[in-house]
Design a protein around this ligand. Structure first.
Ligand code: BGC
Length: 243
């Protein structure tokens, strides 16, 4: 079965049709800059452009950077505050004329990794962190997802985990990969001591740069970049739409 997967990020909105049995992208992904401010109207119109680009009229799965519960947006840290309370499945279905299902972006990326990537068949606790504009988190126990964990908003080092170690913070504070890596290591240690995971997977743009900060990481847990790299969000959003 084919589903159009879309990943809404702080800087770009990306999509591609996905074969949800194999996790493969069926066409080259298409990316549009995230409109600013990222209001429901503006993001909805951008998603419609992606749907039109692929001349799509089937099911659409969207990974969205907020807690999404029962089809409604609950939080808005890196998107416009006017999203809070929006019944996003209905809203985007109306905008696009397609059947749209929305999940938290980290939950979607995690789903892809556990179904098709480095987390496949992993028993016990798996944590996936998406590092980008924000920090998204998802927990799995024996492959079963615990949704909307939002651990990036835990208080940490006089700020939050996200405020301390997001990739946007690395850029804003002009941190070297070494300095950022030290911060990230502290975050990983914190998660390690809270959850005793078997595996931690790094997703988001940073997953392609692991060589640059690997030397700063000294946790006991196995740490791997998302096998599906930046595409995990798109693939997982598509897979989620069919759950
Ligand atoms: C949001 C999460 C999201 C993460 C990554 C956070 O600021 O609260 O819902 O998963 O950013 O985009």
């Amino acid at each position: 079965m084919e589903v159009l997967g879309i990943d809404v990020g702080g800087s770009g909105i990306k999509g591609a049709p996905v074969n949800i049995e194999t996790g493969e992208l069926l066409q080259e992904r298409y990316r549009i800059e995230t409109p600013q401010p990222a209001t429901p109207e503006a993001v909805g119109n951008t998603i419609k452009k992606l749907v039109d680009h692929f001349e799509w009229n089937g099911k659409v799965g969207v990974g969205f950077p907020a807690a999404v519960q029962n089809g409604a947006v609950k939080t808005a840290s890196n998107i416009d505050k006017s999203w809070i309370g929006v019944p996003i499945n209905t809203f985007l279905s109306k905008k696009t004329g397609c059947e749209v299902h929305v999940a938290n972006d980290a939950d979607a990326a995690g789903m892809a990794e556990v179904k098709f990537g480095g987390g496949k068949d992993q028993k016990g606790v798996v944590i996936l962190l998406t590092i980008g504009t924000g920090i998204g988190t998802v927990l799995f126990l024996d492959g079963k997802l615990f949704p909307n964990t939002e651990l990036g908003h835990l208080e940490f080092k006089n700020t939050t985990i996200e405020g301390y170690a997001a990739d946007s913070v690395r850029k804003k504070e002009d941190l070297s990969w070494k300095d950022w890596g030290k911060r990230f290591n502290k975050v990983l240690k914190h998660f390690e001591q809270m959850f005793y995971p078997e595996l931690i997977i790094i997703g988001g743009g940073v997953s392609k740069k692991m060589e640059r900060f690997k030397a700063q990481i000294d946790i006991n847990t196995k740490l791997i970049p998302a096998e599906l790299l930046n595409e995990a969000g798109i693939i997982g959003a598509a897979a989620f739409a069919n759950e």
